[in-house]
Design a protein around this ligand. Structure first.
Ligand code: ADP
Ligand code: MG
Length: 275
C-alpha cells in the first residue's frame, strides 16, 4: 500500500479509537522521525505521549472550571515574608496532599485579607493537578443553594459530597438559622473520614457558639470537623490593605493626622486618604 494511503488509514483508525491528538500529530511526528532516523517504537512512544499529555491538560482544565474557584492563585504567588506567622513547612506539607488520602480537614482561621482563601485555592489547584476533583463554595452559597429550588436537600447535597476536596469558605460572617446549621452538620458528618474539607473562618472555635443556634449542634459539628484536622491560624495584617496602602489609598492614622494638619495650612493636594 502507498505510504499516503497507510497514513490515511492509521489516522482514520486513531480517530475511530478516539485518539484524536495522536491522529492530529501523526503526520508531523512521522515526518520528523523519518528525517531523524527514529525507530517505530520511538514514534509510537512520542505519539502516546502527545495523547496522554493532551488528555491530562484537558482534564485539569475541565476540573478547574468545575471547581468554581473565585480566582486562580498558587503558593508560588504567595508572599510568605508578608505573613511571618505562617509556617512555610506546614504549608509545604499540606501541598503534598497527604491529608486528602486520609480524608483529613484543614481549618484556616484569621481576620479578613490574610490569605485564607488564597491558600485554600492553591490547595484546590494542587488537588486538581494531581488528578482529583475539588469544589469551592462559600458557606452562604452552600446555604442558598440548598434553600432554593424544588429538588430535595439530600439530592442537592450530593454536589458537595462528591468532590475529593471541598473548600467551604467564609464560615462565620453570618450567624446561621437552625435549618442552615443542620445542613452544615449534615455536610460535615457525611464527609467525615471520607472526603476532606478545607474550611476558612474569621471566627475562632470559641466563637462558634454565636454562629450556630445551639451549643450541642456547634460542638457536634466541631467534633467531626476537628477530629482529624490541621488548624492554621494566621495572625497578620490584611494583604488587601497593604495593596491599598501602596496605591496611596490607605494611610496609617498618624499620616492622616499629618495630612489633615497640612490641609488646614492650606497646603497639599496629596493622596486622598480612604480607610
Ligand atoms: P482572606 O483571608 O480574607 O480569605 P484572601 O486569601 O482572599 O483573604 O486574600 C486577599 C487577596 O490578597 C487575594 O487576592 C490574595 O491572593 C492576596 N493575598 C493575601 N495574602 C497574600 C500574600 N501573603 N501574598 C500574596 N498575595 C496575598
Ligand atoms: Mg476569603
Amino acid at each position: 500500500m502507498q505510504p499516503a494511503l497507510v497514513e490515511a488509514r492509521v489516522r482514520q483508525g486513531l480517530e475511530t479509537l478516539r485518539l484524536r491528538r495522536m491522529a492530529d500529530a501523526l503526520g508531523r511526528v512521522c515526518e520528523a522521525a523519518s528525517k531523524a532516523g527514529r525507530s517505530y517504537l520511538e514514534v509510537l512512544d512520542e505519539l502516546i505521549e502527545v495523547e496522554q499529555s493532551g488528555r491530562y491538560e484537558r482534564n485539569v482544565e475541565i476540573k478547574t472550571r468545575l471547581a468554581r474557584l473565585p480566582y486562580h492563585k498558587t503558593m508560588a504567588e504567595f508572599d510568605y515574608s508578608f505573613q511571618p506567622s505562617l509556617d512555610k513547612k506546614q504549608i509545604a506539607n499540606l501541598l503534598t496532599l497527604r491529608f486528602l488520602e486520609h480524608g483529613e480537614n484543614v481549618i484556616l482561621l484569621g481576620p479578613p485579607g490574610v490569605g485564607k482563601s488564597h491558600i485554600a485555592v492553591a490547595l484546590a489547584l494542587e488537588t486538581i493537578t494531581k488528578g482529583y476533583t475539588a469544589y469551592f463554595v462559600t458557606l452562604q452559597h452552600f446555604i442558598d443553594y440548598l434553600a432554593e429550588g424544588p429538588e430535595p436537600v439530600g439530592v442537592k447535597l450530593r454536589v458537595f459530597l462528591r468532590p475529593k476536596l471541598l473548600v467551604l469558605d467564609e464560615v462565620g460572617y453570618l450567624p446561621l438559622s437552625r435549618e442552615a446549621a443542620n445542613w452544615l452538620f449534615e455536610l460535615v458528618a457525611r464527609r467525615y473520614e471520607r472526603g476532606s474539607i478545607i474550611l476558612t473562618s474569621n471566627k475562632s472555635y470559641g466563637d462558634w457558639g454565636s454562629l450556630v443556634p445551639d451549643m450541642a449542634l456547634a460542638s457536634a459539628i466541631l467534633d467531626r470537623l476537628l477530629h482529624h484536622s490541621t488548624t492554621i491560624t494566621i495572625r497578620g495584617e490584611s494583604y488587601r490593605l497593604k495593596e491599598k496602602r501602596r496605591a496611596g489609598l490607605f494611610q496609617p492614622v498618624e499620616r492622616l493626622a499629618e495630612a489633615a494638619a497640612a490641609a488646614e495650612e492650606g497646603g497639599t493636594d496629596g493622596p486622598n486618604p480612604v480607610a
